[in-house]
Design a protein. Structure first.
Lengths: 111, 113
């Protein structure tokens, strides 16, 4: 069973739309959660951490549901520049400093 | 440019050859990670250094793979006797230690013919 599962998409949405991605994780001992963004043929870049109480950064809102073991990312007022793959990332406190990445959800914002 | 750099950016090799990749992390970062990413997948953890010490190795890292970080600065990843299944993007990342806050390099794309 994968540590992190995401719907690979693609999600094709018009400019200005609101889109949400979910990601589920299997290990209840997961400690920290993140969303990374990866543009085509580029490296992943940290988009935002996900805090227990939920957090917002401009048009982006991240939420964590520990009971159901999922995290979500909401993008409001989508821009063309939001087109990318969004990677859900989970850190498990096992003594190893590694992260588990999901396969990513591909978003294309259409003019 | 003060980001993470990797060299080469692309490598094409024949099966059975050895290859070595280099990663230069952000200078003040003491933690360095190697990941591998194949098409349609997220990055998979390979190994992790804190300063010059290699603290963790993934089960994915067979004995054909070796990584070093001799002076706690740059790191090398060597793959011996390459196989076609080794074809992937090899990503290096560094951090100061805040969990999950990784800065990735542009990657080395390996193609094994």
């Amino acid at each position: 069973r994968k540590e992190v599962e995401q719907d690979p998409g693609p999600f094709n949405v018009p400019e200005g739309a609101t889109v949400a991605f979910n990601c589920t994780y299997s290990n209840s001992a997961s400690q920290s959660f993140f969303w990374y963004r990866q543009d085509c043929r580029k490296e992943p870049k940290l988009l935002m951490s996900v805090y227990s109480s939920g957090n917002e950064d401009g048009r982006f809102t991240a939420q964590l549901n520990r009971a159901s073991q999922y995290i979500s990312l909401l993008i409001r007022d989508s821009k063309l520049s939001d087109s990318a793959t969004y990677l859900c990332v989970v850190r498990i406190q096992t003594g190893a400093n590694n992260l588990f990445f999901g396969t990513g959800t591909r978003l294309t914002v259409i003019p | 440019d003060t980001g993470v750099s990797q060299d080469p950016r692309h490598k094409i090799t024949k099966r059975g050859q050895n290859v070595t990749f280099r990663c230069d992390p952000i200078s003040e970062h003491n933690r360095l990670y190697w990941y591998r990413q194949t098409l349609g997948q997220g990055p998979e953890f390979l190994t992790y250094f804190q300063n010059e010490a290699q603290l963790e190795k993934s089960r994915l890292l067979s004995d054909r793979f070796s990584a070093e970080r001799p002076k706690g600065s740059f790191s090398t990843l060597e793959i011996q006797r390459t196989e076609q299944g080794d074809s992937a993007m090899y990503l290096c990342a560094s951090s100061l230690g805040t969990p999950g806050f990784l800065f990735f390099g542009p990657g080395t794309r390996l193609t094994v013919l």
